[in-house]
Design a protein around this ligand. Structure first.
Ligand SMILES: NC(=O)CC[C@H](N)C(=O)O
Length: 227
């Protein structure tokens, strides 16, 4: 299973993501830089977290206009799996690959803690290693994680099962509407997620609850849907 990690100035979670993908898939991902215009044939493209371009304008707004994101959009259109984590989720929303926006946390503070997530839809390409309704642990670290969508968009993503993960057990750290922590695109091959599953994939991290997202996306889940 081959993967690619998108690198942009100001990201700081790329090494964690590369380590997680290497560990879970058994081979190191290729990396592509912001000015690259092509991405090799891979099964999964990941836009990792951090502070691309210093979070200027809005988180992800400048990164979304970089040449590499045009290449990501082309691959997504062809059905390649694309995962955006935290700043990556913000970039995918700014690039129009996912609906809605990530606004400032209602606390107006940066939050760095562990939350509980409920698997809201276990039949997506990114969640099939989990069971429906399963509660998992996952760390978060952001100041703009407050997911928002207008009422019409929200009704559509809720009605069509595009909410993949919700904050559970009162742990919503940012005020996100309907406790939304992660959504998939209408076609199901793009996932945006505020929490950081790459930081909970081995016992040394204190748990392995985050592995399921990578195992699902890479087709390594025993009851996986992905080819
Ligand atoms: N960890 C991250 O990716 C942080 C994302 C973004 N810079 C924020 O603080 O909201």
């Amino acid at each position: 299973m081959k993967s690619a990690v998108v690198l942009l100035p100001g990201l700081n979670r790329d090494r964690d993501m590369i380590a997680a993908l290497t560990k879970i898939s058994g081979s190191a991902p290729v990396t592509v830089w912001q000015t690259d215009t092509e991405i090799p044939d891979v099964d999964l493209i990941v836009v990792p977290g951090g502070f691309s371009f210093g979070d200027y304008l809005r988180c992800g707004a400048i990164a979304a206009r970089s040449p590499i994101m045009r290449a990501v959009a082309e691959k997504a259109k062809k059905g390649v799996a694309v995962l955006g984590v935290c700043n990556g989720f913000q970039i995918l929303c700014e690039a129009g690959l996912l609906p809605g926006a990530l606004m400032r946390n209602t606390s107006l503070k940066f939050v760095c803690r562990e939350v509980k997530l409920q698997v809201a839809n276990a039949s997506t390409r990114f969640t099939n290693a989990y069971t429906q309704g399963q509660i998992i642990r996952c760390p978060v670290a952001h100041h703009d994680g407050n997911y928002f969508a207008d009422p019409e968009t929200l009704a559509r993503i809720e009605g069509e099962g595009h909410v993949a993960f919700r904050y559970a057990e009162g742990t919503n750290p940012n005020g996100a509407i309907n406790d939304i922590a992660g959504i998939v695109s209408a076609e199901g091959n793009v996932l945006g997620l505020m929490p950081h599953p790459e930081n909970l994939i081995e016992p040394e991290h204190g748990g392995t609850d985050g592995r399921g997202i990578f195992e699902s996306a890479l087709g390594l889940s025993p009851h996986g849907l992905a080819a």
